[in-house]
Design a binder for this molecule. Sequence first.
Ligand code: NDP
Length: 292
Amino acid sequence: MSSAQIIDGKGVASRLREELAQKVAEFQQSNHVQPHLAAVLVGDDPASAVYVRNKQRACEKSGIRSTLHRLSTETSQAELLELVHSLNEQSDVHGILIQLPLPSQIDETTVLDAVAPLKDVDCFHPENVGLMVQGRPRFLPCTPAGCQVLIGESGTPTSGAHAVVVGRSEIVGKPMGMMLVQKGDLANATVTIAHSRTRDLTEMTRQADILIAAIGRPNFITGEMIKPGACVIDVGINRVGDRLVGDVNFDEALPVAGSITPVPGGVGPMTIAMLLQNTLTAAILQTQALSE
Ligand code: NDP
């Protein structure tokens, strides 16, 4: 029985991070500026703390300075906004990362909109989302950008392919669809974005040359939902007992798909690599803006 190529996100991310470390060193040498990511963590959610720690470690390994601003669960929206405004003003801070989710008393959109667009390394600000949708991105959203690189790594042609994205969140599904439909390399796809109201989902996913699952439900995409030979990108990270599993039933997908990302070790490490890339881009843009 044939078996899908497993796309090594961890390996690709590590290669990208090495390349990035070189670019960071060159940038720092020419400009005497060290790229700096400020992370903001509100509350004591253990998973969020692990995500932030991983991002900080990755920054340090690439020569990017990282600082952490930890606030208590009781922090008010006004207090958080005050911190964001202060980080916006600090010329040695190039990227601001607000770790989600935020406690319920805080409106996420209000806080994310307050991040200065040039420091918005997650690409959540409407100005940056708008630029991306218009095909002239300042930053690319980290997780979809990571998925796009992995599709390229699998050798799957995107031009003219039917890409089906399951999930329409602002963080993953919607921007993923927008990126694949653009003109250009690793794009030019015909895109369908599916969600919980989509009728006949299996009929839809079975047409996908490229299937991206960003649902948040363990093992949701079964083998029969996959077109033979498809490139399957599994964004999901779901904790089941003491294991992390994706949104795709990996064992069922393996004999059907042409290529597939594992969980863990697929999209997750790529998200971090793209965040570092955006932090360097932010430092370059802000340094240019200061010299103009
Ligand atoms: P959201 O919960 O914001 O979005 C989930 C999407 O899936 C929604 O659009 C929802 O539809 C859709 N959906 C839910 N149930 C169904 C169903 N039965 N049929 C079809 N569509 C359905 O999640 P996120 O996009 O933030 O994250 C998705 C997954 O990716 C999660 O497991 C998350 O942990 C993971 N993730 C991984 C990252 C990484 O770096 N690897 C980064 C970010 C997220 P509707 O809109 O109609 O409700």
